[in-house]
Design a protein around this ligand. Sequence first.
Ligand SMILES: *Cc1c(COP(=O)(O)O)cnc(C)c1O
Length: 373
Amino acid sequence: MQPTRDIDRRADRSWADNAVRLIEADARRSADTHLLRVELPEWSRWRDGDAEVGIDLYLKDESTHPTGSLKHRLARSLFLYAICNGWITEGTPVIEASSGSTAVSEAYFAKLIGVPFIAVMTAGTSPAKTALIEREGGQCHFVQRAGEVYAEALRLEAERGGHFIDQFTMAERATDWRGNNNIAESIFAQMADEDHPIPTWIVVGAGTGGTSATLGRYLRYRRHPTWLCVVDPENSVFLPAFESGDGALTSDAGSRIEGIGRPRVEPSFVSQVIDRMIGVPDEASIATARCVTNRLGRRVGGSTGTNMWGAFSLVAEMVAQRRTGSVVTLLCDPGDRYSTTYFDDSWLAAQGFDLGPATAVLDEFLATGRWSG
Ligand SMILES: *Cc1c(COP(=O)(O)O)cnc(C)c1O
């Protein structure tokens, strides 16, 4: 008889136990984000026999997370996933290829569990963004060209014995799509006592694609008849890839709507769970961000403008079909991050943006409920 083989790799798990506890404790201290009801004009209500019926529009305000955007959820999921996979252990430097909201949120969670965080970004990144990352205790590492960030993140991972947390690959799998208070479960719970608790449409943009993947899977899992619409800005390949089925498409130009639209079809973009895509011109996204800012009395970011342009067009479609129901979309991040861009007229002029035509579409929609966009 051969000797019994016994490979015993038991190791002390107290560091991981405590890191998970710290992240769970942070979630417990945090409140859920609000689901705001957006007031629509009178044309959104009509009589059907004796009943007054109509359309309700909701905006889930993801800007109220501790790190100010929907990336707070993603960063929490990515850290839990990496810790529970044994990829992040005591002292592991965490590396991300991002200068955006994800890096800000990841820096927050890295500090929370006491590991270093390095965001790899291009040298041109605005000081305001690097300041947000550094304020959360993160370190900014610069490369010359945008195309170099992934290779540099991988190089740092190898050199420092770190972990490249890689939002664009991991977003779709790190989030618990069946529930665990993910964004989908939260929306449906918050809608429970509304006139139309099961939305006709949910409208979101795609950056990693993680949010749309979670929502689309959840709709199927819970057998809700809700349709999922993904809105996409200019220069993004998500919509052309959705149309043609070609996952290898790339684009040379980058998206000008921060947080959404990508030059390659990211691994976390799950096109099979998307029911419809609407391409939104950048001028329309910005004009809508400004319009929504005026109506809500608080600044919203560009991708929220993209979402609301899509949501408005679907509301108009439902009005035209005399179809009652609700539409839900997201307020992804606050507009004060964009005071020197989308909310700055001289920046707009320098980009050659003319918000006139899009503003006219919005004015007509708000006045009549009709859509000419
Ligand atoms: C990331 C992001 C999105 C898109 O979310 P994903 O889940 O990554 O697709 C939208 N708006 C903003 C501001 C973002 O940062």
